[in-house]
Design a protein around this ligand. Sequence first.
Ligand code: PXG
Length: 285
Amino acid sequence: MPLKVYISGKHYDKDDAKISVYDHGLLYGDGVFEGIRSYGGKVFRLQQHLDRLWNSAKAIWLEIPMTQEAMAQAIRDTLAVNGIEDGYIRVVVTRGCGTLGLDPNRCSHPEVIIITDRIALYPEEYYRDGLSIITVSTLRNHPAALSPRIKSLNYLNNILAKIEGLQAGCIEALMLNHKGEVAECTGDNIFIARFGKLMTPPNEAGILEGITRESVIGLARQSGIEVLEIPLTKHDIYIADECFLTGTAAEIVPVVKVDSRKIGDGRPGPMTRDLMQQFHRLTRS
Ligand code: PXG
């Protein structure tokens, strides 16, 4: 049976799930989105994802044409019609069908899209052996121009960085901000461990406020680990004992090499492995 995709109130077969070429989501990247996971039929941190989606929409003057409760129900319904318990959910809200000009006031109505699919997990060895990443030349968007806190359909900033990483053989790439500080990776937040403490760049560094990041901060604090949200430089990463990335798709993935510098002893560290286990329990219990 083909997967069903929700578009503005109805379910369509995947091949018939289409949006107009006049939609400003396509013409201008004018819209917002979320990537969410479902574990054993339960949607992980749904309320936080809905809040972030609504905040992103607010920042771009986009009114989502349904309530959060209705959106939550539509997500659960779409998982159910597809018989998906462990999966990936992509929610997209576009500005809708308009004219060829920028003016969003000429768009008829926002479109709400919910795609649920089986999750394409990263290969096991990434988690066992850790990733090698590089810092790329593409800087994270200046927060005063287009805030990285908005999860908008304008992902070119991240895509350019991703291409640079891929060209160097890395599946993730570290982005610096306009001040030369560490911001985040193309689709993941970054953490380091040093002297038993965890450190991660603060919001003001110009990052997406990752929901996995927040969960990991919570888990670490619960186990008595001090977590500092402080500006970090590349140097801080190079001399860290441990490094890992967090994101909805990746969950927690160890990093063992940055810009050809071995992190710690070059293997996933104990704090990283412990948090990976705790996160696994949190999502699968
Ligand atoms: N930073 C950026 C720039 C992101 O896009 C994260 C951090 C992690 O946030 P969460 O809330 O997921 O912990 C993201 C995640 C993917 C994918 O398939 C991920 C994201 C966007 C598009 C694709 O890995 N966002």
